[in-house]
Design a protein around this ligand. Structure first.
Ligand code: IVH
Length: 716
């Protein structure tokens, strides 16, 4: 009976149950509990852990979301390089590869291939051991294995330590019991490699949020997954619902089992998610059949795939086949063709974004491509229209990758598809406010530069209120339209826009700027369509609450070009207050590459955009106004140094004060790299007592040599 259990036992039992149900849900896709039942178990665990904080361990299911990495991500070498694959684009290329494989092996040997789906995400390396990333070592006591580290592919040799984010992925086990290890035949310490993907449903949800926030949608699930895994906020990563599929099992940089197929089985038995579309096949004919069967799956899987990966099953054969340059000879990626269709370009609409950028959008006769009806495609900009030579009425080839917005790839010219006749006239003036469009020298985009253009103000307000920015609930499309004096139907109702596409103004606008939001009164809101007392009060409360978001959110909310979530955070931590940032972010400072570029990761393009933003009187006035209205515009300062960016160090011998580890840590946290061997590319060799051959090599190659004091001086 539960009441007879000690708190320790009760906690263990709950954890085991939760792990089991997580496994059923995230790995097997066969949940036995409802969400509410699962949450109830989790709440009981959290309640007990709160009462007994001394019993909390890093591998508890309650601890998936932990603290943020303090100094960004540390770089770490891979146990064995993470390579890429050569591609085959048709059956002929695939058969040629099969021939090369068989030619390279004795003719008496049979070759078996394992076919896997090629998931369109990014690869990760997960290291497991007796300890955890939090330094605990339960495994040593109870024989279990724990997630120690998760690395991105990086440049293939060195990845980034994204463990805090990997922990939030539910299909990645935080720990594996001794019993499961035994059943799978796994040792205590091993490495799993696989692909992290963002399921299509999560991708669409993310883009809906981004669009509501006036942010550019992520181009495809792969980019969104890559951005997510490098986000510095584990709680944001947890919300995005990434998924991980395992496909390699290694120990000490070598494949652990004699076959890829048995490795996949072992991974599955130990609790990893392994894609179910896997086959071990005896001939290339069977492989060709597998590929033909796999392609139609693309539209029903719920995640993107871009081909099939074929691997030689036997590790002994793999070893003999070896590598060419950056790819193994024992595997190949068969890439599917992009999904495409032909349809008619009926019209071109011009959309004005938050920054004033005018984007031409193709209105297409609806066409079914890969199971989705497509009626819009992006034409990007005026140059793209010219490059395609496309006219209204033309038949066009439309491609849909994993991308959100389909692309027009070419005009189709044949008898069945006669050329259209109407030239696409890129507007000279803004379709919404009619002010003249401008194009900055060297840029392709035409922009509406009227800061008060209703289309821009509308997008600015939507961006300000969005989730992840100011999080003002209730301030969506319809409410913003009403506050701007437009009909609440804007967006859905063609009657709500004039013939030129400008919104119809039905009453006096209540607001003209973001600052006006904070001056809204209850009476103002009660005069709007469908706004009762409850709605008005709730919105006012939300607006008031948003004042305390802090500097990073305000910076993000201002919508400065190139300043996304991460840059805003870095700027806030570097400058500590809006005053400081505005004083430093001057055009002169940018010319001298000072102040802004001292912020880690802020390059000249971003610095220029920030300085330009604060050079505009209207923007300065807005910030002043927001400060006077009581918005919080400070942040805790954190000094990050990147003085050693781009430099490679080799450590050798014993340093007088620093250990090898701490010297390495100091170099890496200042943005430098530590390598094990000296080459011409080495920037410095740091030599202590009894430095041996590495010092000799440095001297012979003319590489600069430092002692500990020299290193510390360099580190400032
Ligand atoms: S094997 C050297 N298996 O495709 C072995 N890769 O184009 C390379 N990928 O970097 C990895 N699904 O990110 C392998 N079942 C699968 C895969 C897969 C997707 C990705 C992976 C790799 C890229 C190579």
């Amino acid at each position: 009976m539960a009441s007879e259990l000690t708190p320790d036992q009760a906690i263990q039992e709950l954890r085991d149950q939760l792990r089991h149900h997580e496994y059923l849900y995230y790995v097997e896709d066969a949940p036995e509990l409802t969400d509410a039942q699962y949450d109830a178990l989790m709440n009981r665990l959290k309640g007990l852990e709160e009462k007994h904080p001394e019993l909390v361990t890093a591998d508890s299911p309650s601890q998936r979301v932990g603290g943020k990495p303090k100094e960004g991500f540390t770089k770490m070498p891979h146990s064995r390089p993470m390579l890429s694959l050569d591609n085959a684009y048709n059956e002929e290329e695939l058969r040629a590869w099969d021939q090369r494989v068989r030619d390279a092996l004795p003719s008496t040997e049979a070759v078996r291939y394992v076919c896997e789906l090629k998931l369109d995400g990014l690869s990760l390396a997960l290291q497991y051991g007796a300890g955890s990333d939090k330094g605990e070592a339960h495994g040593a006591k109870d024989g279990s294995a724990h997630l120690v580290r998760g690395l991105t592919r990086g440049d293939g040799s060195i990845g980034e330590d994204v463990t805090s984010n990997v922990r939030t992925i539910r299909s990645v086990p935080l720990s594996i019991s001794a019993a499961k290890l035994k059943a799978a035949g796994l040792p205590h310490s091993f490495e799993v490699r696989g692909e992290v993907v963002l399921p299509q449903a999560s991708f669409l949800k993310l883009n809906e949020e981004r669009e509501a926030a006036g942010q550019a949608p992520a181009a495809n699930p792969r980019n969104a997954a890559a951005g997510t895994i490098r986000t510095l906020e584990p709680n944001i990563v947890a919300q995005r619902r990434l998924d991980f599929y395992a496909y390699f099992l290694l120990r000490d940089g070598e494949f652990l089992l004699p076959q890829q197929s048995t490795a996949l089985d072992a991974l599955k038995t130990s609790g990893f998610r392994v894609n179910k579309y896997v086959r071990a096949l005896k001939s290339i004919d069977e492989v060709v059949k597998f590929i033909a069967d796999a392609e139609p799956l693309r539209d029903s899987l719920g995640y993107e795939i871009d081909g099939v990966v074929i691997k030689v099953d036997a590790t002994a054969q793999q070893r003999r086949l070896g590598f060419t340059g950056k790819a193994p000879r024992w595997a190949i990626a068969y890439k599917f063709a992009a999904r495409a269709g032909i349809t008619k370009l009926e019209d071109v609409l011009f959309q004005v974004g938050r920054t004033g950028k005018v984007t031409p959008v193709a209105a297409l006769a609806p066409v079914l491509i890969g199971g989705t009806t497509v009626s819009r495609a992006t034409l990007h900009n005026a140059d793209e229209i010219a490059r395609l030579g496309v006219r209204i009425g033309d038949f066009v080839q439309v491609e849909r990758g994993g991308d959100v917005i389909p692309k027009i790839v070419e005009v189709v010219e044949d008898k069945a598809h006669p050329r259209g006749t109407k030239e696409i006239a890129f507007p000279k003036s803004c379709p919404v406010c009619t002010s003249e469009l401008q194009r900055i020298e060297g840029e392709v985009d035409w922009r509406c530069v009227n800061n008060s253009c209703p289309a821009r103000v509308r997008e600015e307000l939507l961006h300000w209120s969005a989730r992840g920015v100011m999080n003002i609930e209730g301030l969506g499309d319809a409410m913003v339209a009403q506050l701007l004096g437009q009909s609440a139907e804007l967006g859905g109702d063609p009657e709500a826009v004039t013939e030129e596409g400008a919104p119809v103004v039905v009453r006096k606008p209540l607001i003209h700027t973001i600052g006006d939001l904070y001056r809204l009164k209850r009476e103002d809101l009660l005069g709007l369509e469908r706004v009762g007392e409850k709605t008005a009060d709730a919105l006012l409360e939300q607006i008031k609450r948003s004042k305390d978001g802090g500097l990073a959110r305000v910076l993000l909310g201002l919508g400065i070009r190139f300043v996304g979530e991460r840059t805003a955070q870095l700027l806030a931590e570097h400058f500590g207050s809006m005053d400081e940032l505005m004083t430093e972010a001057t055009q002169e400072a940018v010319q001298a590459s000072e102040a802004l570029e001292a912020v880690n990761e802020v390059g000249p393009k971003v610095a220029q955009a920030i300085a330009e933003f604060f050079a505009v009187e209207k923007n300065k006035d807005l910030v002043k106004d927001l400060a006077a209205l009581g918005l919080e515009m400070t942040a805790e300062k954190r000094v990050t140094t990147s003085t050693l960016e781009g430099l490679t160090f080799v450590l050798t011998g014993t340093l007088p004060n620093l250990t090898r580890e701490s010297a390495k840590e100091k170099i890496e946290s200042a943005g430098g790299r530590v390598s094990g061997s000296v080459s011409k590319k080495t920037s410095y060799v740091v030599a202590g007592e009894e430095a041996g051959s590495k010092l000799d090599k440095a001297n012979s190659l003319g590489v600069k040599v430092l002692d500990e004091a020299g290193l510390l001086e360099l580190l400032g």
